[in-house]
Design a protein around this ligand. Structure first.
Ligand SMILES: NC(=O)c1ccc[n+]([C@@H]2O[C@H](COP(=O)([O-])OP(=O)(O)OC[C@H]3O[C@@H](n4cnc5c(N)ncnc54)[C@H](OP(=O)(O)O)[C@@H]3O)[C@@H](O)[C@H]2O)c1
Length: 347
């Protein structure tokens, strides 16, 4: 019998670190089964967007698809979500072929999970998989650029994997960054401080998270100090570019960030190539890096590439898109937790 699970029924059942561990196992399996997970596929008509993340993880005995649909808003400067449908996991038992679980919605991993927060809870988990392998163990000061959904989730995820005591938050609106600190302060032990300039969230910090809707760089290489780790999540607008609706690929980092990074890891390099993602493609085109300089998350988590050589290295995780293997690893975890707790409807 398969299970139908409403994601909200999972509240309180899955911790951030359990989710990070599961997603790490998913990516580790990609090394042995690299074509059991396809890069994320998108289909567009103007601002209508279907996205499909398919893949499987043999060690966890799970395979399937995660699908979502939305209408998004875009300007030359930034991109944001408009109408958003409930996201759905369809997962199979990869060994006996049976349907395992259909999960409607994104699992609630976080302490603060308001109704408007129901989508894309997985992104900060994937960011934490890479960051846990790359940031210094003693990282205490976190700078966050952005004050929206992903910024809130990345705050909780980063605080779960490192002993963060101070967080500096920048977004363009003083009201938004102040509200972010007020709303999120009860949910983390670290002290949250709104800052007035983007460089205040990037200089003299141990970890920088870029979680913005920006189309232009928000962090510049000249601001980076030795030992810092940078995570950035903006992906591509290739289809908008193809349709002539915007004029430039999205960027969250300038070329100097990539030039200064001693180690660069992407969730999936092939995704960056397929989507012509500005933060990777433009530095390659500009001769700042080569595609070979960018390593896959699967290689990082299996120790095939080193996360950092020393406490002085600058490291970069371009979390350039969640992948089917990660979603399916989470589906397996959610299914097993739901079974153990007697949650969900058998069908
Ligand atoms: N890599 C992945 O797998 C993945 C998955 C899901 C989403 N994403 C990306 O995550 C990003 C954020 O999504 P979200 O759901 O958090 O959106 P959101 O709730 O709309 O938040 C976007 C935030 O970006 C801030 N912002 C925009 N331009 C900025 C700039 N130039 N400098 C600093 N802050 C800026 C906005 O604050 P102000 O208006 O106050 O500046 C806002 O707080 C999107 O770009 C989305 O494409 C990536």
């Amino acid at each position: 019998m398969a299970l139908f699970i409403k994601a909200e029924e999972l509240e309180g059942l899955i911790s951030i670190t359990e989710a990070v561990d599961a997603v790490e196992k998913g990516f580790a399996s990609q090394v042995d089964h690299p074509i059991f997970s396809l890069p994320r596929q998108r289909m567009l008509a103007d601002n209508r967007r279907i996205t499909v993340h398919s893949g499987g993880c043999v060690p966890l005995g799970v395979a399937g698809t995660f699908v979502h649909y939305e209408r998004h808003n875009y300007t030359a400067d930034d991109q944001s979500y408009g109408a958003v449908g409930k996201r759905v996991y369809v997962s199979y038992d990869s060994e006996n072929g049976a349907l395992l679980a259909i999960i409607a919605g994104c699992p609630p991993f976080y302490r603060r999970q308001a109704a408007e927060d129901e989508f894309a809870t997985e992104t900060a988990i994937t960011s934490a998989v890479g960051t846990r392998r790359m940031a210094r163990e003693d990282a205490r000061v976190l700078g966050i650029l952005g004050s929206g959904r992903q910024a809130r989730r990345h705050l909780e995820a980063m605080c779960a994997i490192r002993p963060i005591t101070e967080v500096r938050v920048y977004s363009r609106s003083a009201d938004n960054r102040r509200a972010f600190c007020e709303v999120m302060q009860p949910h983390v032990d670290a002290e949250l401080k709104p800052v007035e300039r983007p460089e205040d969230a990037a200089r003299n910090v141990d970890i920088i998270v870029c979680a913005t809707g920006s189309n232009f760089p928000v962090v510049f290489g000249r601001w980076l100090e030795e030992g810092v780790h940078v995570t950035s999540i903006v992906g591509s607008n290739k289809e908008l570019l193809m349709e002539g609706l915007v004029s430039r690929p999205r960027r969250e980092l300038d070329d100097a960030v990539l030039a200064r990074a001693d180690v660069i890891v992407a969730t999936l390099v092939q995704q960056g190539i397929q989507d012509e993602q500005g933060d990777l493609l433009e530095p390659v085109r500009n001769g700042v890096i080569a595609w070979d300089d960018v390593k896959d998350l699967s290689a990082l988590v299996t120790g095939k590439v080193r996360g950092r050589g020393s406490g002085r290295d600058i490291t970069l995780f371009k979390q350039n898109s969640d992948q089917g293997v990660g979603y399916m690893a989470l589906a397996r975890l959610a299914h097993d937790k739901a079974r153990a707790a007697g949650i969900g409807m058998e069908f």
